[in-house]
Design a protein around this ligand. Structure first.
Ligand code: TXA
Ligand code: MG
Length: 327
């Protein structure tokens, strides 16, 4: 049987959304689990599927910046500058919410997260749906975000009827989140769009996390984690560590930059930050699916371009381990 053409798929996805169902939606960052953001019952289904605590807020995806005032309130001068520079694209803005936004979406907070994704299928769905789509990454809570439609199917099986296949996500890690709801803009989660790129558009931006920033589940220390225990190591230490672990009888896989050390098995990622981010989650999933008992991951270089990758690797290492140990 041939696959239905794209417009039929989009039509089916939009019909499912109007019925209050949850769909798998490709974006340029990672795949999302999307539902009608104005329908609290539909949004609750996302939390059930993910196994995510109900007070964790979701990002609302919109077709363009003209929808900002439908979801957010206040002065949009800064938000509009950022939208002009980076939307559609991997930047989520936290703004004071409109009172009409369901608490199921905002986790009861006074703010809402908004993003216009740069993926042709996502934009087609958003335009045809003519509303906002609440969508977290389409993984079970605390686990590795999906970057292909097959990953979403692996996570949820038949629990999600419609999963749109938009190919591999180009960015591969989640959007940069910037909080614009208080006096000084603050980056809550690093991503492809860097601190310096944002400062070039709107001036000074804070980057450190603080106790008072709104709750963001992507900022929990253990997150994005494989089930196999994982260690981050400098290149020079990979081979010796692997040899020693094997001497203890452990099955070891290595995730290395450019090339695997001689005699080892595992996967390889590119030496540039964007290429590394693009392939990171798929590689972690692939290695996690094998029967290795330990993943050794080469620590990438430092520098602003690598900040988001370091953030995800640190959390993955902190959260790695069998389900019953995870947060
Ligand atoms: O790239 C992305 O952002 C992907 C794709 C699907 O768009 N989505 C994504 O969603 O990563 P999720 O739910 O896995 O992560 C969104 C993060 C969470 O950490 C959530 O707590 C935070 O955004 N967030 C959402 N609304 C917020 C708000 N009002 N205040 C603070 N953080 C918020
Ligand atoms: Mg997530």
């Amino acid at each position: 049987m041939s696959r239905p053409d794209i417009s039929t798929q989009v039509h089916e996805a939009v019909a499912a959304l109007h019925r209050g169902e949850v769909i798998g939606l490709p974006t340029e960052t990672v795949y999302g689990l999307a539902a009608d953001a104005s329908n609290a019952d539909a949004v609750r289904k996302i939390f059930e599927l993910k196994g995510r605590p109900a007070d964790h807020p979701l990002i609302v995806h919109i077709a363009d910046a003209s929808a900002l005032s439908r979801w957010a309130s206040g002065d949009f001068a800064v938000a509009k500058k950022l939208a002009r520079a980076f939307w559609p694209g991997p930047l989520t803005m936290i703004l004071p919410r409109q009172p009409s936004v369901p608490d199921a979406v905002t986790g009861g907070q006074s703010t809402v997260g908004l993003r216009c994704p740069a993926h042709p299928l996502a934009l087609e769905v958003l335009r045809a749906f003519d509303g906002g789509l609440a969508a977290p990454s389409a993984n079970r809570f605390g686990r590795i975000s999906p970057t292909t439609a097959a990953h979403v199917r692996e996570e949820f099986g038949d629990g999600v009827a419609v999963i749109l296949d938009g190919g591999e996500c180009e960015v591969g890690i989640e959007s940069t989140i910037i909080d614009l709801s208080s006096a000084i803009p603050r980056i809550l989660r690093p991503g492809r769009i860097t601190h310096a790129q944002i400062e070039a558009v709107i001036g000074p931006v804070a980057q450190d996390q603080d106790q008072h920033s709104p709750r963001a589940s992507g900022t929990l220390e253990a997150h994005y984690a494989p089930r196999t225990p994982m260690l981050l190591l400098p290149r020079a230490a990979l081979e010796l560590e692997a040899t020693q672990q094997r001497a203890f009888g452990k099955r070891v896989a290595i995730l290395a930059i450019d090339a695997l050390p001689p005699g080892s098995t595992g996967a390889v990622l590119p030496a540039d930050a964007e290429g590394f981010a693009h392939g990171l989650y798929a590689a972690l999933r692939q290695l996690d699916a094998g029967d290795e008992q330990l993943l050794l991951v080469e620590r990438p270089p430092e520098g602003p371009a690598w900040l988001a990758v370091h953030d995800r690797l640190r959390r993955a290492a902190a959260g790695a381990g069998p389900d019953d140990d995870s947060p």
